[in-house]
Design a protein around this ligand. Structure first.
Ligand code: GAP
Length: 546
């Protein structure tokens, strides 16, 4: 599938718009249109229902080591700055960037790649930020231009190594920057914290600095004690949260894949340390299955364990669920969700030490050995098992998903071009989004075949009845074939048509978007039939008592 086609459909049919488009847009920020908001809401609702409210606390589910409970939370985006100090984000959540003095452009250090090339007795490193598929052509074009050679003399270039990353380079003086035409214009890499900073209060100074959360997880850790004390949960249990997170990404790209404002769907699952490996495996498999159940194809999904040098500062083991997004080079996958074993890092960190109310929480205090002093809340965040009276700091397994990346993956997977017969039975090409019915923005469209003979009134009656439980759409304009196509293109799984036979026997046709099968059902059964068809494919995902 060509990504441009999906991007254009998203804009044309109202799934996604560039934020502030009338002012030229703002890089890394996206708005969801009337259909996009429904799709994303359905994803978040499916997640919330499947992970939190629909969870069966009383049964041992397939693959789970034991019964467990699930509850939810909704925390603020701005929290006490000390939260980010203790979580490690203030000191460690950064990327490296390089600037180009000539083009004034900024690049993420790890994303600049290129090749060594020699010509006219000079050896230089030609760098590029192009996608891998275009990289080779791009480096050749730049090398030819730099050495003032014409393309017919391309064999005068000699390539001395395969693609390497800029990170492996020590001498930036020999680098031809991605958008430069002279050597040595790139600065050495500099650290850049990804958190957005703001000031709290009208008279705020640097001492009142605060941050927009870069993950929803910390709100859960900061409320661990509140939840345990107020909701009678017992370990093992999980707390889920869905909400916005913000990261000042250096190079937002690939449509919504890497945005600066995005939504996360996170669970922090608290368990006994000695049982944590089993729970880690359970959540990896459970979350992988969730994407399969909602329609992502097995051959485009993969579970990948992180190498030790990839692990975040808190993690003792992480696996990513990855999807073969069509904008990536063939064979490459992009992260949809991370499942991390966070050990007791966060609770311990928020618990230890004590914050001095007279100091700026973000200033680093050091101990007598010059090492940074740890300053947590000083509150006891350990857990007491009421049956055994044992006290311990729980270990945490964290399945952390992105709602926007999930929406993008479901859209990529759903996009399809095939053929369907028109009213005269002639095959016509169509664009169709084969979205899972649970995720489809509109569940059914209702059409009167013609705008007369009382058909619109009957169709509107069905529309109103269905509207009580589902997002449905009424359309009486244009040939019915065109109306089907308009719905196929936005993923509506069912179309109900009222025709002259309805006047005689009160039956209507219901058409399935994917199989194109049409069957007649009683018009009074439309609501139950639509509900049955959605539920048939979309029961609570992958929760089966064993
Ligand atoms: N609490 C752990 C955590 O935040 P992460 O791997 O940094 O882990 C989790 O983020 C998920 O959030 C990712 O798998 C991805 O789906 C989503 N995500 C992260 N950064 C994103 C960005 N810049 N744009 C869109 N989604 C993002």
């Amino acid at each position: 599938m060509e990504m441009e086609k999906l991007v254009s459909l998203c804009k044309r049919r109202g799934f996604l718009f560039q934020s502030s488009e009338i002012y030229g847009g703002l890089n890394g920020f996206w708005d969801y249109g009337p259909l996009g908001v429904e799709l994303k809401r359905n994803i978040k609702d499916a997640w919330w229902r499947d992970m939190i409210t629909g969870h069966d606390d009383l049964s041992v589910l397939t693959g789970a080591p034991a019964k467990y409970q699930m509850v939810g939370l909704d925390c603020t985006i701005i929290m006490h700055p000390q939260v980010w100090k203790c979580s490690g984000h203030y000191d460690l959540f950064h990327d490296f960037m390089v600037d180009c003095r000539q083009s004034k452009k900024r690049y993420r250090h790890d994303q600049v790649r290129g090749r060594w090339v020699e010509a006219k007795g000079k050896k230089i490193f030609v760098s590029t930020t192009a996608e891998a598929a275009e990289e080779e052509a791009e480096t050749e074009r730049k090398a030819l231009k730099f050495f003032k050679l014409r393309s017919k003399n391309a064999d005068e270039l000699s390539w001395t190594s395969d693609f390497v990353s800029l990170s492996a380079m020590s001498d930036f003086a020999e680098v031809l920057g991605p958008d430069a035409n002279e050597l040595g214009t790139l600065t050495p890499p500099r650290e850049f914290n990804l958190m957005f900073k703001t000031i709290v209060g009208a008279l705020g100074s640097e001492d009142d600095a605060a941050f927009l959360r870069p993950e929803t997880a910390q709100g859960i850790f900061a409320n661990f004690k509140n939840v345990v004390d107020s909701s009678r949960v017992k370990i093992p249990f999980g707390i889920g949260q869905v909400g916005k997170s913000f990261r000042n990404e250096i190079t937002p790209r690939n449509f919504t894949f890497r945005s600066r404002e995005f939504e996360q769907m996170e669970v922090e699952f608290f368990c006994r340390p000695e049982e944590s490996q089993e729970w880690y495996k359970y959540w990896r498999d459970r979350r992988y299955q969730w994407y399969l159940d909602l329609g992502l194809a097995d051959e485009r999904l993969q579970l990948r364990d992180h190498d030790s040098d990839e692990l975040s500062h808190y993690s003792t083991g992480t696996a990513d669920i990855e999807y073969a997004f069509p904008f990536l080079p063939s064979g490459e996958f992009g992260e949809l969700e991370g499942i991390a074993h966070r050990g007791n890092f966060d609770l311990r960190s928020h618990m230890e030490g004590k914050l001095n109310p007279n100091t700026n929480p973000l200033e680093l205090e050091t101990n007598e050995h010059g090492q940074p002093k740890h300053r947590g809340s000083g509150k006891d965040l350990s857990y007491r098992d009421k049956e055994t009276n044992e006290r311990f700091i729980p270990h945490v397994i964290e399945p952390s998903a992105g709602a926007d990346r999930a929406a993008l993956a479901f859209l990529c997977e759903a996009y399809c071009e095939d053929e369907a017969p028109d009213e005269k039975g002639k095959m016509q090409s169509r664009t169709v989004l084969k979205l899972h019915p649970r995720l489809a923005p509109i569940k059914a469209a209702i059409f009167p075949l013609v705008k007369k003979d009382g058909l619109p009134e009957l169709a509107q009656q069905i529309y109103r009845e269905l509207k009580q439980d589902h997002n449905v759409f009424y359309d009486e304009t244009g040939a019915v074939g065109r109306r089907y196509r308009r719905q196929d293109e936005i993923g509506t799984p069912f179309c109900i048509t009222v025709d002259s036979q309805t006047l005689q026997d009160k039956t209507v046709t219901i058409r399935d978007r994917d199989s194109l099968e049409q069957s007649r059902i009683n018009m009074n059964d439309c609501a139950t039939e639509v509900a049955r068809r959605i539920a048939g494919k979309g029961k609570v995902c992958s929760e089966n008592p064993s």
